[in-house]
Design a protein. Structure first.
Length: 403
């Protein structure tokens, strides 16, 4: 029997593209590959025993509530815990629990973006945010950055008519950079003057190594900002739990978008997190994550220095020193492309993410992101050595064409 069904896709579906990172992660499934590609928290940090105990307690104390439909805003005790944890005065009524902070990006996109709307992003920026924004058909405009953060003059030049600025001030994905206090103050002042809302994404802010980052942008002008947070990096990403802090001007519409998307985030998962977090668990647990990630960052810096002995200005590779988070940003010499280097790296047994897809426009093909939190220290040293070999082989392959 002939099937004559004709599926007509929405125009926005044509703008949906697969995640470059997810596609590259498939390469890492090859046996023996050391992956610096994924932005995955280390499984060593998952508090398995605490979750095991929490599962038993939640099901014993409130099985009906844990397994039933619930309020779209989220579990009230968890919202209160989030409010108490933030470094500015937040009413729990401003907080919505989301199914991962990625859902927060999606909800904000649905509520604030029309076709043709101008939105501003850092250069580079988080790829998952661009993927969430793109189906709404905005004009995505990159704002220049330096090592201190967003270039305020460039922001002013591009802010006219923008719906919002999307920014990750702390240990940014992909670069690992942190916006300085002076730049945050200048940005907050400029955004307030321009009437420009800021969407502040802060999944990595607790993962500082030596000193905490400066105060959030949203803390400086709460009515002018939407703040996204995540439990993935400090507890467990598989639970898919995050939160939005939103001003009263937009919260009701975000809530309606949440109701349309999934009614509410999983009741059981919310109660699990609340049970684990009570009694100050995160105050004891997060420092162990910081210590682990710092040691692995240091291992990667040591391995890079050994593999490229001329230092960070090496002719083969230059890199930064992140003060926290999960990522290190590197750059190849003129004439090289990270996407072309990747097959050579995989052949040598190591994978990374090319940096160009993280740019909303005019991506730098020489950049690459290295994640240091999942491999062991020994794997980091072997992987960086393999990367150095791959760069050398790639340079040799380019030599005839350069001659």
């Amino acid at each position: 029997m002939t099937n004559n069904t004709h599926w007509t896709l929405a125009a926005r579906a044509a703008k949906m593209n697969p995640s470059v990172i997810r596609e590259i992660l498939k390469v890492t499934e090859k046996p023996g590959i050391i992956s610096f590609a994924g932005g995955l928290p280390s499984p060593k940090t998952f508090p398995v025993a605490e979750f095991e105990a929490a599962c038993a307690k939640v099901l014993k104390d409130d099985p009906a509530g844990a397994l039933q439909y619930a309020a779209s805003e989220g579990y009230a005790p968890l919202r209160e815990m989030v409010a108490e944890s933030l470094p500015w005065n937040v009413d729990p009524g401003q907080i919505m629990i989301t199914t991962g902070s990625q859902q927060g990006l999606d909800l904000v996109a649905k509520v604030l973006i029309d076709a043709g709307s101008r939105i501003l992003v850092e250069s580079p920026t988080y790829l998952g945010a661009v993927m969430a924004f793109t189906p709404m058909e905005p004009e995505v405009v990159s704002v220049a950055n330096d090592e201190d953060g967003i270039d305020i003059a460039d922001l002013r030049a591009k802010a006219d008519g923008a719906r919002f600025l999307y920014a990750l001030p702390n240990f940014q994905n992909p670069t690992g950079r942190t916006m300085s206090e002076s730049r945050r103050a200048a940005l907050s002042e400029a955004a307030t003057e321009l009437g420009l809302p800021i969407m502040e994404d802060n999944p990595y802010g607790d993962l500082w190594f030596d000193t905490p980052p400066p105060a959030p942008l949203t803390a400086r002008n709460p009515e002018g900002g939407i703040y996204l947070g995540s439990f993935s990096k400090v507890l467990a990403p598989g639970l898919r739990m995050g939160f939005i802090v939103a001003p009263t001007a937009v919260y009701p519409k975000l809530l309606q978008a949440k109701q349309a998307a999934d009614l509410h985030s999983p009741s059981f998962n919310q109660r699990l997190i609340a049970e684990v977090m009570k009694d100050g668990f995160l105050d004891r647990h997060v420092p162990t994550i910081r210590a682990l990630y710092k040691s692995q960052r240091d291992a990667m810096l040591q391995a890079l220095a050994a593999a490229f002995p001329e230092g960070q200005s090496n002719a083969s590779l230059c890199w930064n020193t992140p003060a926290g988070g999960m990522f290190l940003w590197a750059r190849l010499p003129e004439g090289m492309r990270a996407v072309d280097l990747l097959p050579y790296a995989v052949n040598q047994g190591v994978a990374f993410v090319p940096g160009a897809p993280f740019y909303a426009d005019h991506g730098d093909p020489r950049t690459l992101r290295l994640s240091f939190v999942t491999p062991s220290v020994e794997e980091i040293h072997r992987g960086v050595a393999a990367l150095a070999r791959a760069i050398h082989i790639y340079q040799q392959a380019l030599a005839p064409s350069a001659a």
